[in-house]
Design a protein around this ligand. Structure first.
Ligand SMILES: Cc1cc2nc3c(=O)[nH]c(=O)nc-3n(C[C@H](O)[C@H](O)[C@H](O)COP(=O)(O)O)c2cc1C
Length: 293
């Protein structure tokens, strides 16, 4: 997830039992131009494997250039055909590829021909209408190794119900693994999604923000209630990982996680205000110590 799944966050999720992590979406053009900030986004921790680097772009030649560049640094390359952001759509990338499936197929074919590591696709269930079944079949025929389906249309952005029936239908006709995604935020929900879709694999997005321990819950088959003391320990560890990676600027990127960790706890407004007004990592660590509900 853009702005979230950097090296420190993926490491933390991994420690809580996440089985496969993905980088933030990475622009193939930025790789082509060797943008330093982008190159930092693909870094991974030694324990963070298997790890997928997700690329977005429109041109198959630049896509291949970027895929060849990142291949040594990951275990799998994922093609983004799901992002609905206007900037990405204008570049004819992300979920735009579902509007132009020929281009998605061209990219998939090019990568499968030249890249040795597995190639996966993360896609929405359609642009404005549901993808035809033939598209999924063709991607399987090309040799795509697995497909993740976010059960919403591009036109829905992140709102509205997730169509698990569509994911289930595709899972039943393909032989390759289909990963179900969208709205999975608890063990109970995960069970329901597995039952409806028949998928063996689930992708967790937003529910892990402020709750990386959801992976432990899913593996243990429980919906745990974590006390504030536990959450504070996780927050400190997360911030420390971010400091190790981002240095002085870690606090700027940590704030959004801070708010997410404390969401739902009573009487925490003052701590949210404190973190918004603090400017150093050391102050932020001290604020976490002060948190009480
Ligand atoms: C802030 C944010 C950033 C996201 N970034 C990406 C991304 O970089 N690549 C991607 O495939 N999906 C991205 N997504 C979509 C999620 O991966 C996921 O498909 C969607 O949020 C639905 O699943 P969830 O309910 O588990 O979050 C992003 C979503 C959000 C909210």
């Amino acid at each position: 997830m853009a702005g979230y799944t950097d090296k420190p966050f993926r490491k933390l999720c991994r420690e809580f039992g996440c089985g496969l992590t993905f980088s933030e979406l990475i622009s193939v053009n930025a790789i082509y131009y060797k943008n330093k900030k982008t190159l930092k986004l693909i870094e991974r921790d030694i324990i963070d494997r298997p790890y997928c680097i997700q690329l977005f772009g429109a041109d198959e030649k630049i896509f291949l250039y970027a895929a060849e560049f990142v291949e040594p640094f990951c275990d799998c390359i994922d093609i983004n055909a799901g992002c609905p952001a206007p900037k990405v759509i204008r570049a004819k990338a992300g979920s735009y590829l579902l509007k132009e499936p020929k281009q998605l197929i061209k990219i998939a074919q090019t990568l499968k021909k030249h890249i040795k590591k597995p190639i996966s696709i993360k896609m929405r269930m359609g642009y404005e209408k549901t993808n035809p079944i033939e598209l999924y079949k063709e991607l399987e025929q090309i040799g795509i190794d697995f497909i993740t389906i976010h059960g919403r249309l591009k036109s829905q952005y992140f709102k509205g119900g997730v169509d698990y029936n569509h994911i289930g239908q595709i899972n039943s006709i393909l032989s390759i693994p289909v990963v179900a995604n969208g709205g999975i935020d608890s063990f109970k929900k995960a069970q329901e999604v597995k039952r409806i879709t028949g998928c063996d694999y689930l992708m967790i997005g937003q529910a892990a923000i402020g709750r990386p321990f959801i992976f432990e819950d899913l593996n243990k088959g429980i919906d745990s209630k974590r006390d504030l003391g536990f959450v504070k320990t996780v927050m400190k560890k997360h911030l420390q990982y971010m400091i190790d990676f981002w240095g002085d600027t870690a606090i700027r990127q940590f704030r959004k996680f801070f708010h997410a960790y404390l969401k739902g706890y009573p009487n925490i407004k003052r701590f949210n205000n404190m973190i918004n007004n603090c400017s150093t990592n050391q102050e932020a660590l001290a604020i976490i110590d002060l948190i009480e509900s």
